[in-house]
Ligand binder design. Structure first.
Ligand code: NYM
Length: 215
């Protein structure tokens, strides 16, 4: 029996406020892992290319308005519609490096402070999704993030909102979290990220069952 059969890929998730460097670091990590012979794929949420993703994209760009609860459920549905493909990839031994997931989902909606849409409400629709093996939280003050060439034009890209988002993220930290100081140089961040990723890839190759998020 091949020992590879029992193993699986690792689900590595990057989270953080806007402009913290998630996209750069997730791309670099995929290249690094591939260089080490690990089958690694870059995924991101929202996935703007599905029918639901196009609705989200139009909302984020300000082209359309929508009810906050309804939009929250669209972001969640956008993850559920990818669930089977994620599980198939992980069980085929592929490591997924994911740029945002349900933690962003809960933190961004809870940060809007809409009556009734508290953090527990925000987490509920994502309960039972595949859980990440490691969350790499790139921590950066919203002030420092704002100085990084400024925010873009999308909804939520405002300093006040980002401050509240980082407060909500702090409430979501769990035993899968690794906080990395994103204000360091790209290289310094990268080497810490690599160490976390290699640890998770090694332990997932032994085939531990995937956990279900927030259950
Ligand atoms: N966002 C992202 C949410 O509000 N809910 C979610 O579930 C997810 C995954 O969308 N400002 C927000 C965070 C970002 C925006 O993400 C788009 P990106 O990584 O800039 O494409």
């Amino acid at each position: 029996v091949s020992s590879q059969k029992s193993g699986r890929g690792a689900f590595l998730l990057f989270e953080g406020v806007d402009r913290c460097g998630k996209t750069t670091q997730s791309q670099r990590l995929v290249e690094y892992l591939k260089g080490k012979g690990v089958a690694a794929e870059l995924w991101r949420f929202p996935d703007r290319y599905t029918a639901i993703g196009r609705m989200i994209d139009s909302y984020l760009s300000g082209e359309t308005e929508a009810d906050d609860a309804a939009v929250h459920l669209l972001f969640s549905a956008n993850r559920w519609e990818k669930r089977e493909a994620m599980l198939a990839a992980l069980h085929a031994g592929h490591t997924l490096v994911v740029d945002r997931y349900a933690y962003s989902g809960a933190a961004f909606t809870a940060a809007k402070k809409v009556p009734g849409l508290d953090l527990e409400w925000c987490k509920a629709p994502d309960k039972g999704l595949p859980a990440p093996d490691a969350v790499i939280y790139l921590s950066m003050s919203p002030e420092a993030a704002a100085l990084r060439g400024g925010y873009g034009k999308e909804r939520y890209e405002k300093e006040e909102m980002q401050k509240e988002v980082s407060r909500q993220f702090a409430l979501l930290a769990d035993d899968t979290w690794h906080t990395v100081d994103a204000a360091q140089s790209v290289k310094a961040v990268e080497s810490q990220v690599q160490e976390i990723a290699e640890g998770a890839v090694a332990s997932c190759s032994k085939g531990p069952p995937l956990r279900l998020l927030w259950t």
